[in-house]
Design a protein around this ligand. Structure first.
Ligand SMILES: *Cc1c(COP(=O)(O)O)cnc(C)c1O
Length: 482
């Protein structure tokens, strides 16, 4: 066989890696510096990206120059830029510079922290960063933290632990023939709660939404009534989920009152603070979360409002033995040969393999420090408050929910229009704003009516971007009013 036909073996040589890594890092720095100039939303229709790429994998390897050029020419134009300072959709996030560096190094080390031995530093840094964040959040030492990919996984694991406690013999026998269980959460809760209940075999009926009040907070009286009713009907209450920062309106459930009810009935209390949790780092905001320290488990997502690249979700649990009871199955090849007692992260969830996620969080916490985090979170809250004030001061706009954190929910109101026409008008304003490419906001539905929603949480966002958003909204509203 001629030499040139021999398929190459082995990896990219280190010197070539260095060359392409430098080129890539240059691109990254330019991108992060200039992302504000790009349209927030890509101008693509479904299928465009796929159609621009070959249908079949290459038979022979391609030069990295070509791959990188295609990345820039074909992939980047199909990206929604979450890094854009005027990205106000969903919950605005930041893959901060320090976080990206940590992520690069984690990819380079490529360890799998399933057991302590499979990477001692990854296991111990995860323990350490979880504990650092716990301290920053002001939670008691009794909370033990592990890092998962997402809040959806963290919540599913927490509710699996709750199920272990509520059905001690289900561990052996499963739920067949057992008393049906119920998990309570407000009607504003994230869909991940219902998904977890379904996954855990409690069925759709096992999820009982509790009505919320006019400010979209769970009504404790309705929770008590639901538990009493279910008990009387022969059902088994398993857990209650309180949310601090709901997805639609960022409302904060009255977690202290909910904790009282959970204790009274012996229910597991899980707190979904995926978005709102970081507010506890800010002294003047911490009281918004008061009572969460009495939870059995809490989820906080550093990949949301804490400047850590996706994915990084902290699950804190006060009863880690319930969690490991749910998930610890140790095959011989993973047991410690010397029988030593170390923490093995595989025992805390479904996945055996675990990325070295704590590295990027460690970089973020060290780079910003408590003071730096407080200053930035405060700034986001202040910008949201400013936007709220513009809305309140304007005769044609109303805020439809309070703004406890940095997410503003509002609606354009034209007294001439009925409800559905009002909804259509708001959607038209939304599309007009988003089609400029200069900002991105989303809509939600609250009390059956369309509302617009701007979440402020990116480190690049300044008052100018928020002021521009307000101008875009006002202009779009004026145009639509014709
Ligand atoms: C974002 C969010 C979730 C889901 O988070 P993932 O990490 O994407 O699974 C769940 N609950 C709340 C309140 C959220 O804001």
């Amino acid at each position: 066989m001629p030499a040139e036909a021999t398929p190459p073996t082995g990896d990219l040589p280190p010197e070539e890696f260095r060359k392409y890594a430098r080129e890539t890092v240059d691109w990254m720095a330019d991108y992060l510096g200039g992302v504000g100039e790009l349209p927030v939303l890509p101008n693509v229709a479904p299928g465009d990206v796929r159609r621009s790429l070959p249908e079949h994998p290459p038979e022979v390897g391609e030069p990295l120059d070509v791959v990188l050029a295609d990345f820039r020419a074909l992939i980047v134009p199909g990206i929604t830029h979450w890094n854009h300072p005027a990205f106000f959709g969903y919950f605005s996030i930041t893959g901060s510079g320090p976080g990206v560096l940590g992520e690069m190094l984690a990819a380079t080390l490529n360890v799998n922290a399933m057991v302590w031995r499979s990477s001692p530093a990854a296991t111990e840094l995860e323990e350490l960063t979880a504990d650092w964040l716990r301290q920053l959040l002001g939670l008691p030492e009794t909370f033990d933290g592990v890092i998962n990919d997402t809040a959806s996984s963290s919540t599913m694991y927490a509710l699996a632990a709750a199920r272990e406690v509520a059905y001690p013999d289900a561990h052996e026998r499963g739920l067949f023939g057992q008393q049906p269980g119920r998990v309570y959460a407000s009607d504003q809760t994230h869909s991940s709660i219902e998904k977890a209940v379904l996954t855990l075999g409690l069925g759709r009926d096992g999820y009982r939404p509790i009505p919320s009040d006019r400010e979209f907070r769970m009504r404790p009286d309705a929770l008590s009534a639901a538990i009493a009713q279910d008990r009387a009907a022969g059902l088994r209450p398993v857990a209650v989920v309180a949310t601090l920062g709901t997805t639609s309106s960022s409302s904060m459930d009255p977690v202290a009152e909910i904790a009282d009810i959970a204790r009274e009935h012996g229910l597991w209390l899980h707190v979904d603070a995926a978005y709102g949790g970081p507010a506890a780092i800010v002294p003047e905001l911490r009281s918004l979360l008061a009572g969460w320290e009495r939870a059995d488990s809490i989820v906080v997502n550093p990949h949301k409002w804490l400047f850590t690249p996706v994915d990084c979700s902290l699950l804190y649990c006060r009863r880690p033995e319930a969690l490991t009871r749910a998930f610890s199955i140790v095959p011989a090849y993973l047991s410690a040969p010397d029988g030593s007692e170390t923490r093995n992260l595989m025992d805390y969830g479904l996945s055996l393999g675990r990325r070295f996620r704590s590295l990027k969080l460690w970089f973020v916490l060290r780079y910003f420090g408590r003071e730096g985090l407080i200053a930035r979170l405060r700034e986001h809250v202040a910008m949201a408050a400013w936007l709220g004030e513009q809305i309140d001061a304007s005769p044609r706009w109303v805020r439809v929910a309070p703004t406890p954190l940095a997410t503003v929910v509002f609606r354009y109101v034209d007294p001439e229009l009925d409800g559905p026409a009002q909804d259509a008008r708001n959607m038209a304003i939304l599309h007009a704003v988003n089609s400029t490419g200069s900002a991105y906001v989303i809509h939600t539905v609250l009390s059956g009516r369309v509302a617009l929603r701007a979440s402020i949480g990116n480190l690049k966002t300044t008052m100018d971007h928020v002021a521009d958003l307000w101008t875009l909204l006002e202009d779009a509203a004026a145009d639509q009013a014709g």
